[in-house]
Write a protein that binds this ligand. Sequence first.
Ligand SMILES: O=C(O)CCC(=O)C(=O)O
Ligand SMILES: [Fe+2]
Length: 227
Amino acid sequence: MSESKTSRFPPDADRAGLKKVGKAVRERLAANPAAYKVPTEDVELHAIGDFMTPAECQKMIELIDATAQPSRVFDLDYSSGYRTSYSGDVDPHDPFVKKINRRIDDLLDIEPGFGESIQGQRYMPGQEFQPHHDWFHPETSYWDLEMARGGQRSYTAMVFLNEPEAGGTTDFIDVGISIEPKQGVLLAWNNALPDGTTNPKTMHAGRPVLQGAKYIITKWYRTKPWN
Ligand SMILES: O=C(O)CCC(=O)C(=O)O
Ligand SMILES: [Fe+2]
């Protein structure tokens, strides 16, 4: 990276916040018999089955279809092919969306204000989300902005709303884990290590859908109130 810039925020900004959120969620999920810990040392990754009912998933799919726009990954635009799904914030004031939001906050025991708005995504055949980290990288153009409005991304929660006929797995590339979409299943992972440093091994991808469609919701949590 040739660009050099001065930042108000060091690369490990938010280390204490990441450590604190990680500890709270770790304790919460350890006490939840419905939370299955995916067996790897590299990433704190849990799956919770039947987190949303089939009827709730269907309702969310309809909201996504009503709002979907080409996805943007910050300064990478749609045409870059990095993230080719359709996405959009489902209406955060909708009572149904609020209910699901509260349920995710409660599952993880993260303060409600720390979560970004739920984002819906729809992938059609050929569409994908290429390998990336959900945590913000210090050398990006939006680093200072994001550090100032909520801080680093701490936890990610994602729910599979349906099952594409082929493709569309969520792969943790460095860990060698590939997760098949299963309706109603929530995945949650810590973007940091227990010491509060960001975890490079959280690199993951939404692989191309080969047949059918894939619908998910994602909610990213910060370390401070987000707006
Ligand atoms: O579609 C997927 O499986 C991954 C989505 C994802 O990585 C995200 O929303 O941050
Ligand atoms: Fe992601």
